[in-house]
Design a protein around this ligand. Structure first.
Ligand SMILES: C[S@@+](CC[C@H](N)C(=O)[O-])C[C@H]1O[C@@H](n2cnc3c(N)ncnc32)[C@H](O)[C@@H]1O
Length: 263
């Protein structure tokens, strides 16, 4: 079955994870920090700064430090994330918007700098997403984006593969496919792809971390019934086959970074 993202579940799952997210999000913090380095602090295009898929607002705070004289919009599809961010980050000047990145409630040519870390992998149509980004960005404005590629969590996907036919792990899109979805007026200035392997002692550490950041599988077609004991047992023993010589269980992430410029 094709991977269709259920956005109500995305919003619900991230909302529920708002209180646990920051403590479980070491990878997300590291990736987001690298992405901050791609920002141009002296951007001359006029307009606002947009944190797209801002989550708990961890990077929204950094954005106000980098662009102290610009209006900041913090946008997320999960109301619970926004409430948490608003009450904990103390960003009194920020504008908070609960909206879908694929249907932005923003005027055209109103954004100078867009920052989006590890959010666009939850979108349904990259063509629609980029059309929206190109519409709201000002001429000369730029977007820095990080996202996940198809090797991400391959151990989890392969461990389920011979257990049942259900979709247990999100389907992530290859960088080439992402680039192919760009409109002509959004040009790639910089791109990078990296593989990160996180290490754990137990499988439950991996699954609870995913739960705590709200990143459950949200493709339509996910297993709806209770997972039988035998199937879970088979899944666990399959994952054990990935245990490394150092005794650790790996979880691989394929991360890519993009710097786009509106022409
Ligand atoms: C993994 S979190 C990343 C949060 C933050 N950028 C960070 O790096 O800590 C992904 C965020 O994207 C949001 N998100 C997912 N799909 C979205 C969409 N279609 N439009 C807006 N936000 C979305 C989620 O609600 C969640 O808060």
């Amino acid at each position: 079955m094709a991977a269709i993202i259920d956005k109500i579940r995305v919003a619900d799952s991230f909302s529920k994870a708002a209180g646990t997210y920051d403590k479980a999000a070491a990878l997300q913090q590291d990736v987001g920090e690298q992405l901050l380095e791609w920002l141009d602090p002296s951007i001359c295009a006029t307009g606002r700064i947009l944190d797209l898929g801002c989550g708990t607002g961890y990077f929204s705070r950094h954005l106000t430090d980098i662009y102290p004289h610009r209006d900041l919009i913090c946008l997320d599809i999960a109301q619970g994330m926004l409430q948490h961010a608003r009450s904990t980050r103390g960003l009194s000047g920020a504008h908070w918007l609960c909206a879908d990145a694929e249907a932005l409630p923003l005027a055209e040519n109103s954004v100078a700098q867009l920052y989006s870390s590890l959010a666009i992998q939850w979108c349904s149509s990259l063509t629609q997403l980029f059309k929206e980004l190109a519409r709201v960005l000002n001429s000369g404005g730029s977007a820095v984006i990080s996202s996940l590629g198809p090797s991400s969590l391959f151990e989890l996907r392969e461990s389920w593969a011979d257990v049942d036919q259900n979709v247990h792990v999100n389907k992530f899109v290859a960088l080439e496919e992402v680039l192919a979805a760009l409109p002509v007026n959004l040009q790639v200035e910089r791109q990078r792809r990296e593989i990160r392997v996180l290490e754990y002692n137990k499988l439950s550490e991996i699954t609870s971390e995913l739960k705590n950041i709200g990143a459950h599988n949200m493709n339509v077609g996910e297993n709806k019934g209770l997972t039988g004991r035998a199937r879970v047992g088979k899944f666990k023993s399959n994952y054990e086959s990935f245990r490394q010589k150092n005794g650790k269980l790996p979880a691989t992430y394929e991360v890519y970074y993009l710097l786009l410029r509106k022409k």
